[in-house]
Design a binder for this molecule. Structure first.
Ligand code: HEM
Length: 507
């Protein structure tokens, strides 16, 4: 369809590059030259396999588990727009102005092409699920789910109501660290996974997993199996999205996904039925997300099960990895940590002082540290969108049905967009500080953008904020490990152990 090298195209927004100066020209009824998608620079594409050969072991120079390096290589070789065709038409976008243009095209129901095998798995179980869930569903059905559940996650009143229970769980964890005397030879990440299971358990389901109890630490306990199943659900998503063999027979990666989903379903169903069984009327004291779902009239139990499984899948690893990277940066930057401690000890004069929503609102520096850590280490390399109408970007026609990947991870580390980009400088986010930088609003998007952005953003930021405040109030944190990179398994996992030395503070 787009074979000719130049296409005359009307009534679109063109991006005109003149002597490297970008000028956005809005053209209402004006003719301009538009080049085809195939003319966008990118790796050589072959019939049927497209650019998949780049990921093949031994012959390819890309690795599916290091998407950041592939993205960097692509940028160096081809520039700020890169075309790839690993089975589908993909466009990588690096420039924040272009990223903004992409999101401005978003449909009323923004779509992603991901979690395809999970969608397939759930649709084969109509007795358990109505839909593929929020993560994998697109269109009207996605909006039906999102608008049903959204308020419970995002309303400030609801988010603030979880501060106390989250703080209780985190303080138990701090006490557990003190009793256990964690050494830097132990990887801290599995503990953060347990903590985040415990936090999401109380916030989302009013359920304690007791995952730090000796019984629950064993590999066959409910906590351990839930954490494994959440990871097992996420880690194969990207490989399955790229492949198709699982549609023909149960590949090992598909089987792991299916088994993990089955386990998360069981945990969710047990919790849900237990709750319905015991409370004939919804319990007014239950402020958890599940408690609020059950108070919503006519909410279908199958939709609730789907949402509970999505929560277990989406909450544990994301928050644990984000916290790990924040501790990596804070533990390597003592002057930043000292400033954090000064702010925290003003807000919490004693280690027992209460954390309230107001305390969190005043913790400006702590919030800037989280933002800066998410700039350098977002859990996803970028945000995916499936285009639902054609549009023009930098003079190229981007057809409907293109998978766009905004490359925020790589762009956020480029000197043309951020000063000294590899330095951890929380001040760059604080308006009245000397180091403030006016960073492009589409450069760092760790929770995505628009109506399809992370449904739990406020909750996640709140949980991480409470955790950092309690930890830094109690301990001096030093990073003892090697430089930390990422391994991309849908989300970016630390590629080495999280090695921390925690020294008690006596103040
Ligand atoms: C630091 C922690 C987290 C980060 C960085 C994060 C990031 C993201 C990102 C980048 C997206 C895609 C947004 C887009 O396409 O525009 C997303 C979607 C989502 N997240 Fe999170 N997330 C985090 C924590 C959580 C938690 C704790 C939950 C559940 C309690 C959660 C549930 C979801 C769900 C259900 C979606 C799909 C939303 C939809 O498609 O409508 N996330 N998240």
């Amino acid at each position: 369809m787009f074979k000719s090298s130049k296409i005359f195209y009307n009534r679109l927004v063109c991006v005109d590059l003149v002597s490297n100066v970008k000028r956005r020209v809005s053209v209402k009824s004006h003719r301009c030259d538009v080049r085809s998608f195939e003319e966008i620079p990118g790796p050589r594409s072959y019939p049927i396999i497209g650019t998949l050969h780049k990921y093949a072991p031994f012959i390819g120079d890309y690795d599916v588990e290091t998407l950041d390096k592939n993205a960097w290589l692509n940028y160096r070789r081809y520039g700020s727009l890169v075309r790839e065709t690993p089975g589908v038409r993909v466009l990588h976008v690096y420039d924040p102005d272009d990223i903004e243009t992409v999101f401005r095209q978003d449909h009323r129901f923004p779509a992603r092409r991901s979690h395809i095998a999970m969608y397939h798995y759930r649709m084969k179980k109509p007795d358990v699920y109505n839909t593929g869930g929020l993560l994998s569903t697109n269109g009207q059905e996605w909006w039906r789910l999102r608008s049903t559940f959204q308020k419970n996650f995002t309303s400030p009143k609801s988010v603030k109501s979880h501060v106390e229970s989250t703080d209780t769980v985190i303080r138990e964890f701090i006490n557990w660290i003190k009793e256990t005397n964690i050494s830097h030879n132990q990887d801290f990440l599995p503990f953060l996974n347990r903590l985040n299971l415990e936090v999401i358990g109380i916030v989302a389901f009013n359920e304690r997993f007791q995952s730090f109890s000796p019984d629950e630490q064993g590999p066959s306990s409910r906590s351990s199996k839930t954490i494994d199943a959440a990871f097992g659900s996420n880690c194969g998503i990207m490989k399955l999205d790229k492949g198709f063999m699982w549609k023909i027979f149960q590949t090992p990666v598909y089987k792991r996904l299916a088994d993990s989903q089955t386990y998360l379903e069981k945990v969710s169903t047990d919790i849900l039925y237990n709750r319905i069984h015991y409370f004939k009327e919804p319990d007014d004291d239950d402020i958890s997300l599940l408690g609020s779902f059950l108070k919503q009239p006519n909410l279908d139990l199958k939709d609730i099960i789907g949402m509970m499984v999505d929560i277990l899948m989406a909450a544990i690893d994301t928050t644990a990895y984000t916290t790990s990277f924040a501790l990596y940066h804070i533990g390597r930057n003592p002057e930043v940590q000292q400033k954090m401690f000064e702010e925290i000890s003003t807000l919490l004069p004693t280690k027992d002082s209460k954390i309230t929503p107001d305390t969190l609102a005043k913790a400006t520096y702590v919030r800037a540290c989280i933002k800066e850590s998410l700039r350098l280490n977002p859990v996803s390399v970028g945000i995916g969108r499936l285009t639902q109408k054609e549009f023009v970007l930098r003079g190229y026609l981007i057809p409907e049905g293109t998978v766009i990947v905004t490359q925020n991870f790589v762009a956020s580390r480029m000197p043309q967009y951020v000063k000294d980009p590899l330095i951890f400088k929380p001040e760059r986010w604080i308006r009245d500080s000397e180091g403030y930088e006016n960073i492009h609003p589409f450069l760092s998007l760790p929770f995505g953008f628009g109506p399809r952005s992370c449904i739990a953003r406020r909750l996640a930021e709140q949980n991480i904020g409470i955790f950092l405040m309690r930890l830094i109030r109690e301990f001096n944190v030093t990073w003892m490990g090697e430089d930390l990179g990422i391994k991309t398994l849908l989300i970016n996992k630390p590629d080495k152990p999280v090695s921390l030395s925690l020294t008690s503070r006596f103040l």
